[in-house]
Design a protein around this ligand. Structure first.
Ligand SMILES: [Zn+2]
Length: 313
């Protein structure tokens, strides 16, 4: 007896399957494929509608790094780190970092959240999303690490977003202003006159609200988008890895300036997103950096990368 799954190439060629499929694809299915180009392989932007907002995540670079446990899970054993990594199909000797600003067209505003490592890194995917740097009306800085403020200006101090106003957390600005920090001096301070400073609950524009999510940095803020009865969160660096930080909120991350506070913030933010099933973009999540989170038990979470949910409007 022939097993039903062993249909081979010759069977396909002589049967009507291939011809039938080709016939179907040549009509309506091809039109559908042509229209849905938002998630092409290796794309550097991913766009979708959230109510009346057009949201695009922008791949402003990626990097492969070795020895990830020098950054993540610093307070757990190498055995535990290896077991969790194996359970999640990721290696322990290498990791990949992504840098993902998000831009939102909201009415007359074009709001960019974070700016990548340098002006070119963010301008390239921004243009792919049909937006020129001069079109940006608001630049939101979630926090002031170099991979988030690097694109604000170029080497000679040339400002990237000439027509924009700037929004950032009040506590964040104040904390970095007290330090001797190159990124702050070079990238942020020259724009201080054009900056608005928000507290928890502050508004960037209609339907875009700041939420204090402190710990990664002293004034790290995340943002909730709301349009047409839908919500989407921009969680910035609340977690810097989808397994080694999001799934295990208490694992210490080198880049978290206040480790206990960052862990408490993860439990709070992901607890809210899990309870309300709110999709989100994470700056360092694997591109296109959009997903959901669910409760995993043991006080942890599971990241569920978005598939086509956001494409459905
Ligand atoms: Zn970052």
């Amino acid at each position: 007896m022939k097993a039903p799954l062993s249909l081979n190439r010759r069977d396909l060629l002589k049967g009507g399957v291939a011809a039938g499929t080709a016939g179907m694809l040549s009509t309506s299915a091809f039109n559908l494929l042509a229209a849905d180009s938002t998630k092409a392989p290796n794309a550097n932007k991913y766009s979708f509608m959230l109510g009346d907002f057009e949201v695009s995540t922008l791949l402003a670079g990626s990097r492969i790094a070795t020895e990830p446990q020098t950054i993540f899970g610093k307070n757990v054993s190498s055995e535990k780190f290896a077991t969790v990594s194996a359970e999640n199909f990721i290696p322990v000797d290498k990791t990949k970092f992504y840098f993902t600003p998000t831009v939102v067209k909201a009415g007359n505003e074009v709001v960019l959240f974070d700016t990548g490592l340098n002006p070119a890194s963010v301008s390239t995917p921004l243009r792919a999303a049909g937006i020129e740097p001069d079109d940006v009306t608001v630049v939101v800085i979630t926090h002031m690490h170099g991979d988030h403020v690097g694109g604000l200006s170029g080497d000679g101090g040339a400002v990237t977003f000439k027509n924009a106003r700037y929004v950032t957390g009040e506590a964040e600005f104040d904390a970095w202003a007290k330090r001797d920090n190159k990124n702050f001096k070079n990238k942020v301070e020259p724009l201080a006159e054009k900056m608005e400073f928000l507290k928890d609950g502050g508004s960037v524009a209609s339907g875009i609200t700041a939420i204090g999510a402190f710990g990664h940095t002293p004034g790290h803020m995340i943002y909730m988008l709301e349009s047409g009865g839908k919500q989407f969160a921009i969680i910035a660096d609340t977690a810097n890895h989808y397994v080694w930080s999001l799934a295990y909120p208490d694992w210490e991350v080198k880049f978290d300036m206040d480790k206990a506070k960052a862990a408490a913030t993860r439990r709070q933010v992901f607890g809210m997103l899990a309870a309300d099933k709110i999709p989100f973009a994470g700056y360092h999540m694997p591109f296109p950096a959009t997903g959901f989170v669910e409760f995993r038990g043991e006080g942890g979470f599971r990241y569920v990368a978005a598939s086509y949910q956001l494409d459905l409007g």
